[in-house]
Write a protein of this length. Sequence first.
Length: 304
Amino acid sequence: MSDHLLINSEHLKELENEAIFVMREIAAQFERPVLLFSGGKDSILLAHLAKKAFWPGKIPFSFLHIDTGHNFQETLEYRDNLAKELGVQMLVRLVQDSIDQGKAVEEKGINASRNKLQTVTLLDAIEELKCDAAIGGGRRDEEKARAKERFFSHRDDFGQWDPKNQRPELWNIFNGRKHMGEHFRVFPISNWTELDVWQYIMQEEIELPSLYYTHKRKAFNRDGTLLAYAPFMELKPTEEVIEMDVRCRTIGDITCTGLTESKADTLEDIVAEIAASRVTERGGRYDDKRSEAAMEDRKKEGYF
């Protein structure tokens, strides 16, 4: 293995200890936390860290998955298998239910996606379950809006986030005080980078969905982004679906999850690919390209 791929175990141990400390703070300060589970590598990492944090006891909170109805089948199968393995309750709430109830409106047209609609379903689930903390896998290196988040990120009684009015976090002292109806989003792996995540996954030998490894999939190019093809997606006349060798760097709704042409079929190959990449993992997310402030606008409204 080349020098730039050597794993700094001491660095990863510091990140692990920090995340485990935050996990235990969540259990100590909140009554009804949930772990937001998407089936992506970051939420899988959170599940692994939660298992370590409370071993040999059980993870003391449920997992919550917001299902858009347009998820990769591999993600759903992995989700169900992991819940059984960890012995945790996997709560699933459907975007389709929000649409059927008239709380969310299905987008129309070429670029239609249910990704933004998840916010409605998520906020309803938090209210229904009376959650006072929702644990997420956001990292500060992902995107400029996420770089503004604290570990304990306050949300008002409308589920909204004010990036200009956040609480200081000095000496790892986390303030979880809130008023009735408010909640927190908590990000235990805030200080991790994408490369840290992959190196830790390799070190810990964490199993991942096959989507992260190179596989053959029908895809098409839309405005410079490779997207997986699904029958419910509408194509432009100039777009051609072809089968190619691809993998996912980040996983979400099929309609906005960018694919990467790749030959990386091992963790070592993926780490080498990430180390050499000059494009961020969210650089391939089609939903982030809707506007310069797309992510921050969604987060202010209550998005993950």
